[in-house]
Design a binder for this molecule. Structure first.
Ligand SMILES: *[C@@H]1O[C@H](CO)[C@@H](O)[C@H](O)[C@H]1NC(C)=O
Ligand SMILES: *[C@@H]1O[C@H](CO)[C@@H](O)[C@H](O)[C@H]1NC(C)=O
Ligand SMILES: *[C@@H]1O[C@H](CO)[C@@H](O)[C@H](O)[C@H]1NC(C)=O
Ligand SMILES: *[C@@H]1O[C@H](CO)[C@@H](O)[C@H](O)[C@H]1NC(C)=O
Ligand SMILES: *[C@@H]1O[C@H](CO)[C@@H](O)[C@H](O)[C@H]1NC(C)=O
Length: 497
């Protein structure tokens, strides 16, 4: 009789222990999965996450058109645009991943900050200095840039201020509108070297420290009739809807100016001829002829006619990159040297197909043969790129990128920004009211008419160095993988002959 209660209590005890373990396991799995779920929603899908229902108040949008009625608009900016505007703080999506490169680009000044002397030293090659003081913009012009690059870059920053009035801090920056990055990192290494000057421009490479900023073409490129990005994105979407991938020409297409770089002249040797076919269809862009014919042949939304499109650098990075990636075609990217603000987050084989720069023809031939025999995979690459462009590179995010870059930059300034002597105040009115022709048309098309009712997206944190290292390794590795496939393909072909 004595044994029974003991056995019973052991059973109860065992049961109790198991019960505790079970509850603990349930708790752990619940929290793991739920936090993973939140992570997915936050980062991958980038849906808006409500912070709290109580904090939600949706501001009413207002429209403030351009006011060209003042008497002398070359001199005065009308003060009718709001200087602050409440935004809905409750809905704040996380910015796309490429925003993390903002931290990398500003890293050289992370510990030292940016002194006035550093900004002054950046003047040497700059086209202008842009100063924001109390929400107003002042330009000190140093020299004329190529075409209207400076005009549309400044215009873009003015639209950013119209989008987020009162949200940009005071700052001074110098901007170089030329192609090639110039602040060599090698000149600013070692114990006695000077800190690098911060200089803004459109692209960078691994040997330089220039800070990359969205290029002028997002607001239009009048000289070649390239309209502002916002509307062009819609045209491209409609164009993709018209010609489906399967119905496109099963070749690699490129059209451009071969005179700007040796590598482009080299590409032309891959063109189809009577004696060879590397699967490439290459054409020379004749801008003189195009301008006479009203740019009918250069409309980028009508150039998504081939399953594969080649991206190749010119003098540096090429503005054409975003138009090519937006096509739904597989982008064949000839190994680039330069990067703009978004391309460092693109993954080979996922967003584009890598092409060797020292063996272009054979590389292109293999890429096209591979795609035509793996049609589903090839289409997925084209789709991933055009989705990236349509979703993550829409104008909203271009503005948010500028916002965060300027904001993080201003945090580093160790001096009080002041209006330079000889600088003039600029605003959308001083630029657009007196503009004419295509310039005026593009400015009116890209004008921000009302302050944003939503806040900028939330800037993701810097990469941990090991995470960044792993990312770069993964990228290099998938390029090597493609090279191995390519080598095997040519070995097999050569054995057959
Ligand atoms: C506007 O101001 C500029 C600069 O002071 C001056 O040169 C120009 O003549 C003025 N235009 C008119 C219409 O008053
Ligand atoms: C436009 O600007 C002028 C001069 O600054 C001002 O008098 C006028 O009220 C403004 N018009 C509107 C519609 O805001
Ligand atoms: C750096 O400057 C210090 C003091 O001027 C000098 O003694 C040293 O040799 C310099 N080092 C180099 C690498 O130039
Ligand atoms: C795409 O085409 C379909 C049918 O042809 C049409 O219903 C749809 O509205 C189009 N979508 C866009 C974005 O043009
Ligand atoms: C490439 O070949 C095509 C087809 O023969 C031809 O129409 C085109 O002009 C050629 N391109 C160049 C740059 O020679």
């Amino acid at each position: 009789m004595k044994k029974a209660p003991a056995a019973c209590s052991i059973t109860i005890y065992t049961f109790f222990v198991f019960f505790i373990l079970f509850v603990a396991a349930a708790f752990i799995s619940f929290f793991c999965f739920s936090s993973r779920f939140i992570f997915l929603v936050n980062n991958s899908e980038r849906k808006a996450v409500p912070i709290s229902e109580n904090h939600r108040k949706t501001p009413r949008p207002i429209v403030v058109p351009l006011n060209c009625s003042a008497r002398n608009l070359t001199q005065t900016c009308p003060g009718n645009y709001p200087t602050t505007f409440d935004t809905d703080l409750a809905w704040k999506p996380v910015c796309p991943d490429y925003f993390r490169w903002i931290h990398e680009d500003l890293k050289p000044w992370k510990t030292t900050g940016i002194s006035r002397d550093m900004v002054e030293r950046a003047k040497r090659s700059a086209h202008f200095r842009l100063v924001i003081v109390k929400g107003k913009v002042y330009i000190e012009k140093y020299k004329k840039s190529i075409q209207t690059r400076d005009v549309f870059t400044i215009w873009g920053i003015l639209q950013l201020l119209r989008r987020y009035p009162g949200k940009l801090p005071d700052l001074e920056l110098t901007f170089d509108c030329n192609d090639r990055p110039v602040i060599r990192s090698g000149h600013h290494r070692g114990p006695n070297s000077t800190s690098p000057p911060p200089l803004f421009r459109y692209c960078g490479d691994r040997w330089t420290l220039d800070v990359v900023f969205p290029d002028w073409s997002f607001w239009g490129w009048p000289e070649i009739n390239m309209k502002p990005w916002g509307n062009l994105l819609k045209d491209l979407k409609e164009g993709n809807n018209r010609t489906k991938w399967m119905e496109r020409e099963p070749y690699a297409y490129w059209k451009g100016n071969p005179l700007v770089a040796e590598t482009r002249r080299d590409l032309l040797t891959c063109n189809v001829s009577d004696v060879q076919d590397w699967n490439a269809r290459l054409f020379i862009q004749d801008w003189m002829l195009e301008s006479q014919q009203g740019y009918k042949q250069s409309d980028v939304s009508n150039q998504c006619t081939h399953r594969y499109k080649i991206y190749i650098e010119g003098w540096t990075w090429s503005v054409s990159e975003k138009y090519i990636l937006a096509c739904d075609s597989v982008t064949l990217m000839v190994k680039p040297r330069y990067y703009d603000f978004f391309m460092r987050s693109l993954q080979p084989v996922h967003h584009y197909w890598p092409i060797k720069d020292n063996d272009k023809c054979r590389s292109i031939k293999f890429a096209v043969d591979w795609g035509n025999s793996h049609k589903q995979k090839a289409q997925a690459i084209g789709k991933a790129a055009s989705d990236f462009i349509q979703e993550e590179l829409k104008m909203d995010y271009v503005y948010d990128y500028m916002f965060h870059l300027l904001n993080e930059y201003a945090k580093l300034l160790r001096f009080k920004p002041t209006i330079p002597e000889g600088a003039v105040e600029v605003c959308s009115e001083t630029m657009a009211c007196s503009a004419e022709g295509v310039e005026k048309k593009f400015m009116m098309e890209s004008l921000v008419n009302s302050p944003s009712v939503t806040s900028p997206c939330a800037l993701p944190p810097p990469y941990d160095p090991p995470v960044l290292g792993a990312l770069l390794w993964k990228k290099a590795n998938s390029i090597k993988q493609v090279e191995r496939w390519e080598n095997r393909y040519w070995e097999k072909l050569n054995q057959q002959h």
